[in-house]
Design a protein around this ligand. Sequence first.
Ligand code: CO8
Length: 263
Amino acid sequence: MTEERIHPNLVLTRRDAIKELRIDREAALGALNFEIMDALGDFARSLADDGDCRVLIITGTGKGFVAGADIAGYHGVSQTEFDRFQRRSRKTFDEIAALPQITICAVNGYALGGGLELALCCDFILVSEKARLGLPEIKLGLLPGGGGTQRIQRLIGPMRTKEILLTGRLMQAVEAVECGIALKSLPCGELLDGARELADRLAAQAPLALAEGKRLVDDSIDTPLSAGLTFEQRVLGALFATEDAKEGIAAFLEKRNPDFRGK
Ligand code: CO8
């Protein structure tokens, strides 16, 4: 396990094919300023080219995962600067959502505004029992700008989205699981172990099938069913030709664990 501080507020750990990114800005409950958003974008771009990493865990520090955009940092900025941040955050969040790696967000505390939007860019959200999730921008006279009105409704539907968005209330962990935002809720001290356990199970799968499976499901959101079904069969056909598929089938028949190589 190696640990590296890639930015004053971002700590990166690597264990085999799994990377863990911890947002470390406890004094502001993980709030995202321009610099952290830039650094997250740089990190996502470099990770996209890292063929050795198959799973990314994103988590926070203390009682905040990310309590949103840095309100103090944006207070008084010009409209131009504000618009630049919006474009930047859109790009960063899109880059995280498009990562070929499987992404797990381990929400340790407050995931509000941009924090919930960041979590929604991940494939899996696990929450600690103390986590609180919400889109409270309306209380500032604003609305979300990082996908909050869009990505969340694909999980919970338009009516629940409007209720969360338009009241700005915070959800408890149990509600986030019940409504489908989060996969499961864990006691605080078990959150990271739970995320690592899931990461291990994912990282053990055939790498090409893992990445293609994620892409098939994600792309289906914008694809008509017939085109999605055709694409699914093309992907399966291409996977059938891989060395990993031959290895997986041989390992099953020989009653042994497969040794997948990502080829
Ligand atoms: N930005 C900057 N600092 C923050 C943020 C934030 N989003 N959230 C918390 N902090 C800081 C607090 O100011 C405080 O700092 P200090 O100790 O120096 O006073 C510290 O973190 C601890 O916070 P609290 O004392 O408030 O802790 P509590 O446990 O009492 O409350 C809450 C926790 C409920 C999370 C509370 O801090 C809160 O409501 N935070 C704001 C949440 C929020 O509104 N998030 C959405 C932000 S808006 C957004 O994401 C998109 C629009 C961006 C436009 C901004 C234009 C100005």
